[in-house]
Design a protein around this ligand. Structure first.
Ligand code: ADP
Ligand code: MG
Length: 729
């Protein structure tokens, strides 16, 4: 009997929902483990408090003496909460988060005077021995030094007994070695650009903050069952497994009642989130069995990105307490829906206005249209870069796989706004007559709020959709760090707004147009230029593939193809001109991602080869031997008549042999292709070979294994089956 599988199933069958300790009301516990405004007021001197505020709002530097005071206050606050260690918490280019804990505890060299210490220098800068993080050649091995520097815009927090200080990770030559530093630069770029444009409409605007509200999808699998599958353990997904007779076809899981064990997990997780100041709000079942979603209230983008990264870490830790494993992989199971991470994005002014929400006056609606159309133009111009920003080996399973947005980037805006844009296309070139202005203000721009009120059409197949007061970037992968797509989106819109401002100012200066006339004129041209990116139809259809090709939109179905846009001249110029990344930083990231792709496929290939040969084939042979024994026995009893009586068994024996043969030849061929790919001269070529030559074997090998799963006696099958993984909870 296949003991591991059945032991795991037995363990799972005996599970009870883990009780969750009730905490105080959410509004009371919210942020109590965060060094937030309230804690700062309590633990910092007014001078130190002001210094942090000014650093957060205006990016001013904090001098050494004040840093000492801030550190002291932070330490007092943390010690009062039972904290023993501190860490600089950062986001290296692995996509995950990293931390190295140091105790506050110190003694003199002879062991006397034990004391808890934490000074400004420890708060502000640290040098983790981080030579093993991917750096894409930025640091050669001689100069394997990078340092982490405090990011005061994301507040320190306590997790467990550790004080975590969000930091950027940079090399000593100043290049960003992480995801956060470029993000912060992109946020600053869009702040500058959007503030300038917002001033056309309101002189009082001094700051524009991009907002992000992510929605995180995930699968929850019993820990014992997950551990029984080597593919889940090593790759985060199932590389084989026959479909369960029941999958998601009855649609009985979506928004259904949440199973108790899961609900307790969610409650526990939400408590942790509350303490950490992550404002989670929504929880529900998703489409696939054992798939769920969680979403917070939106926040400033840097903080939202940190919160998502932190959440993914916390989710896994809380899951351990409940004997679950969280799968963030975009496609853990074949044949049922995959997971995404919708990134809802907008722009907010320091005067309290959402720039992507229509207002009450014609002027505020023109402001809305300005940011709305500029965003569309940015996506049109940089659609390839947008696609590249969400590319990964795991997200390839989703994009274009007829369930998630396709690999073609397009923008959905709904029928009503489409009509508004059509009307704006007719705006007169140059000066507008008073009648035309009145008509525009009353009948086109002025009608927008009403129009949006009943804008009910929602298109779930669109990768980038306008949803009333924000855009939703739906093609982001569930396992991704939001920083990458958010750096890209905010950069392209920043660049676009800079260009827009130049064009409008030029019309005002050279043609003597009024401000609103100039804006209408530029927007009209944008609408005409960017039509190709707007698409309201079914993104999964074949027609759209053809239509998009006609429109010359890119359609990169694989990561190696998609990533190339990251190092295009256009992308380099974009990031360099905005000061978001220099060419070394861009190239380094490209190199890391290309190599990461290769490694992921390489690991999957090895694991699949291993499972197919060392689990599936031996199991199949064992069962085949049983059949052979049976046939032999029948022959003994029935003599020459046995062939008729043992007919089915003989067919089975032959079928099993054919599949074993299929597995063996294809695993060998795949291994050969891996060898060839490894010997290619560039990382790019290797990645392409893994994609085009190695990966295609996965499906072929899987097919043979899955067929065997159906033939072989259930008792002998060693791998936990889909129905068990998906329906045990
Ligand atoms: P849905 O899109 O599922 O119908 P909502 O429109 O209520 O649900 O919101 C979805 C997500 O969008 C939530 O996570 C929310 O925090 C986020 N969101 C709402 N407004 C904004 C905004 N102005 N900026 C960024 N995210 C937002
Ligand atoms: Mg949504």
């Amino acid at each position: 009997m296949s003991t591991f599988r059945f032991q795991s199933l037995k363990e799972t069958a005996n599970r009870k929902a883990v009780e969750v300790k009730e905490l105080d009301k959410k509004s009371i516990i919210f942020g109590s483990n965060v060094f937030n405004d309230k804690a700062m007021r309590q633990f910092l001197t007014p001078e130190a408090y002001k210094a942090v505020q000014s650093a957060v709002q205006h990016g001013t530097k904090i001098d050494r003496k004040l840093a000492d005071y801030i550190a002291m206050g932070m330490k007092e606050w943390a010690l009062a909460k039972g904290v023993t260690h501190y860490t600089h918490w950062f986001q290296p280019l692995t996509g995950a988060t990293a931390e190295k804990h140091d105790a506050f505890f110190e003694t003199s060299f002879d062991g006397s005077d034990p004391v808890e210490k934490f000074g400004g220098s420890q708060l502000v800068q640290q040098e983790p021995d981080a030579s093993s993080f991917p750096n894409g050649g930025i640091r050669n091995t001689f100069e394997a030094r990078g340092y982490t520097a405090w990011d005061p815009t994301s507040p320190a927090f306590i997790f467990g007994t550790t004080l975590c200080i969000p930091t950027v990770f940079v090399s000593y030559t100043g290049e960003a070695l992480d995801n956060k530093a470029p993000l912060l630069r992109a946020l600053s770029a869009i702040d500058d650009a959007a503030t300038e444009v917002a001033k056309y409409f309101d002189k009082n605007v001094k700051k524009v903050t991009p907002t992000l509200g992510w929605e995180q999808e995930y699968f929850l699998i019993d820990a014992a069952l997950a551990a029984s599958r080597p593919d889940i353990l090593l790759t985060g997904r199932t590389l084989l497994g026959h479909a369960s007779a029941k999958g998601q076809q009855l649609e009985d899981h979506y928004f259904g009642s949440i199973p108790t064990r899961v609900l307790n997990y969610m409650r526990d997780l939400e408590n942790e989130c509350m303490l950490l100041g992550i404002p989670v709000k929504t929880r529900h079942n998703e489409v696939a069995p054992n798939q769920f979603e969680l979403a917070p209230i939106f926040e400033e983008t840097n903080l939202a990105v940190d919160h998502n990264s932190l959440l993914m870490d916390v989710m896994q830790k809380v899951a351990e307490r409940h004997f679950f494993k969280v799968l963030f992989h975009e496609k853990p199971f074949k044949g049922v829906n995959g997971s995404g991470k919708h990134n809802n994005w907008s722009l907010a002014t320091d005067t309290g206005v959402n720039l992507l929400a229509p207002g009450k006056t014609p002027m505020s609606n023109l402001q809305f249209l300005t940011f709305f159309i500029n965003t569309i133009k940015a996506v049109y111009t940089y659609e390839e870069l947008m696609r590249a920003s969400i590319a990964s080996a795991s997200n390839d399973h989703r994009l274009g796989a007829n369930e998630a947005p396709p690999a073609i980037i397009s923008v959905f805006i709904g029928q009503q706004l489409t009509r508004v844009l059509e009307q704006l296309e007719d705006v007169t070139n140059g000066k507008l007559s008073p009648e035309e202005k009145t008509d525009l203000k009353l009948n086109v721009v002025g009608k927008i709020p009403d129009v949006l009120l009943d804008n009910t059409d929602r298109n779930r197949t669109s990768p980038f959709a306008f949803t009333g007061n924000k855009f939703e970037f739906r093609a982001v992968g569930s396992s991704a760090n939001c920083a990458v797509s958010m750096t890209t989106l905010n950069s392209i819109v920043a660049k676009q707004l800079i260009d827009f401002k130049k064009e409008v100012d030029a019309l005002i200066d050279s043609k003597g147009l009024k401000k609103d006339e100039a804006i209408f004129n530029v927007l009209r041209e944008y609408i005409k230029q960017t039509k190709a990116i707007l698409f309201e139809g079914d993104g999964y259809s074949d027609d759209w593939q053809k239509e998009a090709a006609k429109r010359k939109l890119s359609n990169h179905k694989t990561t190696p193809e998609a990533l190339k846009a990251k190092v295009s001249k256009k992308a380099m110029e974009l990031f360099e001109s905005l000061g978001v990344m220099n060419h070394v930083e861009v190239e380094a990231r490209y190199e890391i991602e290309v190599e990461e792709y290769t490694k992921k496929i390489q690991i999957e290939g090895r694991v699949l080869g291993d499972i197919a040969r060392n689990h599936v084939i031996p199991t199949a042979i064992k069962y085949q031997n049983t059949l052979i024994e049976n046939v032999k026995g029948l022959k003994e009893i029935f003599g020459k008549d046995f062939e008729k009586i043992a007919k089915e068994q003989i067919v089975l024996i032959k079928e099993i042999s054919a599949h074993i043969e299929g597995i063996n030849t294809n695993v060998e061929a795949m291994t050969e292709e891996r060898k060839k790919a490894n010997n290619l001269t560039s990382a790019e070529k290797t990645a392409a070979a893994y994609c085009d030559k190695v990966k295609p074997y996965f499906d072929i090998i899987r097919e043979h294994c899955d067929k065997l799963e159906l033939l072989v006696d259930d008792e002998t099958w060693t791998l936990t089956k889909y129905r068990e993984l998906l329906f045990t909870r």
